[in-house]
Write a protein that binds this ligand. Structure first.
Ligand code: ZN
Length: 257
């Protein structure tokens, strides 16, 4: 299997998983046109679409794709039902899509019905995680529907996956997130070189994604709420400190950054 990422809309990525015999699985096609162009360029036939949540920038391309490829199967949680879902799914569960085993994880917070798709099959590749707007490189999704506690628990679930998992996030927010990370986690030695590396990639027009869970554990402040330096920076000086309370405060700071 091979993975393609297509820049779409303002700063979205639509991911395309390429299977043997030029078949493809699409993840969160928020816009049909760049997907259709990519499918044509690589002469791919899309078999299935996986939707992570109901926001338009993740679902708006589905109808046009379905019109072009009527047999396209659309998998999505109940909150995406208006986007022409043919295969409603619930997390946690396991699916087989075009012979590929996909674990569906329930990760509420950004929206209440948000799911993530984890594919560990496909050796010799590392596992892939399509996490929509839950976890970003150096950041996390906004709380549009769920609570900070819910998103904290969802991220705990994701961070427990194997360190070599490749995180396929749905937006190119990395540089902006790193600017915030440098402010709240200023003594983190991994941040300056990572910021430099990503700035160089972006200057060449290259994506900052996918990123590994190993890297995110080192540089993502939202996964480092147990670190005393970060806790102190956010004003938590009296033990015991609850990492989920630190997370809530961090999310609040980011909203106002
Ligand atoms: Zn969203």
């Amino acid at each position: 299997m091979q993975l393609l990422n297509i820049p779409a809309l303002k700063d979205n990525y639509i991911w395309i998983l390429v299977l043997p015999h030029r078949r493809a699985i699409l993840i969160d096609p928020g816009d049909a046109l760049p997907v259709l162009q990519c499918l044509q360029t690589y002469r791919l036939t899309p078999m299935a679409t996986l939707l992570t949540h109901h926001h338009a920038d993740h679902t708006d391309g589905v109808r046009a794709l379905k019109a072009t490829y009527p047999s396209l199967a659309i998998y999505g949680p109940p909150e995406t039902c208006r986007s022409g879902v043919t295969h409603p799914i619930h997390g946690p569960s396991t699916l087989t899509v075009c012979g590929v085993t996909v674990q569906v994880l329930a990760v509420p917070g950004h929206t209440l019905g948000h799911v993530a798709y984890y594919l560990s099959q496909g050796a010799p590749h590392n596992p892939w995680l399509f996490c929509g707007d839950t976890l970003f490189s150096a950041g996390c999704g906004r709380l549009f529907e769920g609570s900070a506690q819910q998103l904290f628990q969802s991220l705990q679930q994701l961070v427990a996956l194997p360190a070599n998992t490749q995180l396929c996030c749905a937006h190119e927010y990395t540089l902006e997130n790193l600017r915030f990370a440098r402010v709240v986690d200023e003594s983190n030695p991994f941040l300056p070189p990572y910021q430099q590396k990503i700035a160089s990639l972006r200057a060449q027009g290259l994506p900052s994604l996918p990123t590994s869970l190993h890297t995110q554990r080192l540089i993502n402040p939202f996964l480092r709420c147990h670190h005393p330096a970060l806790q102190q920076r956010l004003g938590f000086t009296q033990p015991p400190v609850s990492p989920s309370a630190v997370f809530a405060e961090l999310r609040r700071w980011k909203d106002q950054f």
